[in-house]
Design a protein around this ligand. Structure first.
Ligand code: GTR
Length: 325
């Protein structure tokens, strides 16, 4: 038998512990399909360092890179369920889940990297991040992903006519499919992890991505013609599980939001360096980088805008983005 005073002390301690929210101290897990040295992974690690510092080690972040937790659709599902706290994905992976995220992927929407940054850093960027809350995701940050361009295994694409009839791998998004179809290609959506083998075996003739992904996923080894179509600047997103978010005290939510925001300039610096480095690696390995007749691609995109910019909110966002100087 325990002494009654001891029993009372144990009960009091137990009562105190149940008052402390379970999430007060936590290890937040985050997923990424990219390898450890990729700027998105590094940026989320940096975010984790800031969070750890500011919570005196109470909240830590563990990043599972290299697709250890599955492909992007898998991690998004886990985040929705609250089994995983966060994931860094391409915003294209969110297109069919919260449609407003399609806006920054619209073809040839941004005039430059500076234009993109200005928009994403403004209320427009925040509005699009917020648009995923209803679907179960708290958007914490936009990260860079440069421009996506076409690459082929057999011959370079120089004009729109060269894309006609090619089997082209795209991200799993209706908008990505439509963009490639508007170019006359046969769009084949599949996860990133299947692209290397698909190019190698000839299941697809082409794919499209930025230099860092083209390089880090070794696609340049099996598709050496990289054509600078620069047709979309689809950004990356850091998303948090709404289920887990709602259990956090407001002070912790604030720390997370601020740390995510502060990880953005860190990421942009790494991104700019990596774009140059990746381009140099693929050129050295024999990739042929070709300029294209861009207006021919731009001219084919009207049906994409007509089909996807449908709601008054999206129309307003597009107009506002185009008006940003
Ligand atoms: C990359 C992006 C990944 C992934 C990939 C793809 O640029 O960083 O998140 O979406 O493209 O093409 O699937």
């Amino acid at each position: 038998m325990l002494h009654p005073r001891l029993t009372r002390a144990i009960l009091a301690a137990a009562a105190f512990l149940t008052l402390v929210p379970a999430t007060h101290a936590a290890e937040l897990r985050s997923a990424d399909i990219h390898p450890d040295d990729y700027p998105t992974v590094q940026a989320v690690r940096h975010f984790g360092d800031l969070v750890k510092q500011r919570t005196n080690g109470r909240i830590t972040v563990k990043v599972f890179s290299g697709g250890a937790l599955g492909n992007e659709d898998d991690s998004i599902e886990q985040v929705k369920l609250g089994a995983l706290a966060m994931t860094r994905v391409s915003s294209a992976a969110m297109h069919n889940i919260c449609q407003t995220t399609r806006v920054p992927s619209l073809p040839f929407l941004f005039r430059s990297k500076e234009h993109l940054h200005k928009v994403l850093d403004s209320e427009i960027g925040d509005q699009i991040l917020r648009s995923c809350e209803g679907a179960g995701f708290v958007g914490l940050a936009w990260y860079d992903s440069g421009s996506r361009s076409m690459y082929t295994s057999k011959k370079p694409i120089k004009t729109l006519a060269d894309a006609k009839g090619l089997k082209i791998r795209v991200q799993q998004s209706d908008l990505s499919v439509a963009m490639v179809e508007a170019m006359g290609g046969n769009a084949t959506p599949m996860p990133m992890g299947e692209v290397y083998t698909s190019l190698k075996t000839g299941l697809v003739d082409a794919a499209e991505n930025n230099f860092p992904s083209y390089e880090s996923a070794h696609h340049y080894e099996v598709a050496k013609f990289y054509s600078l179509t620069e047709h979309t600047m689809t950004p990356e997103m850091l998303i948090f599980s709404k289920r887990q978010w709602d259990k956090l005290p407001p002070d912790d939510q604030k720390i997370l939001r601020e740390a995510a925001r502060e990880s953005v300039p860190f990421m942009r610096k790494l991104w700019a360096e990596r774009e140059q480095k990746s381009r140099a690696i693929v050129e050295k390995a024999g990739s042929q980088i070709t300029e294209v007749d861009k207006p021919s691609f731009q001219g084919a995109m009207k049906p994409v805008y007509e089909r996807f910019v449908t709601t008054p909110e999206m129309k307003d966002l597009v107009a506002k983005i185009q008006a940003v100087k």
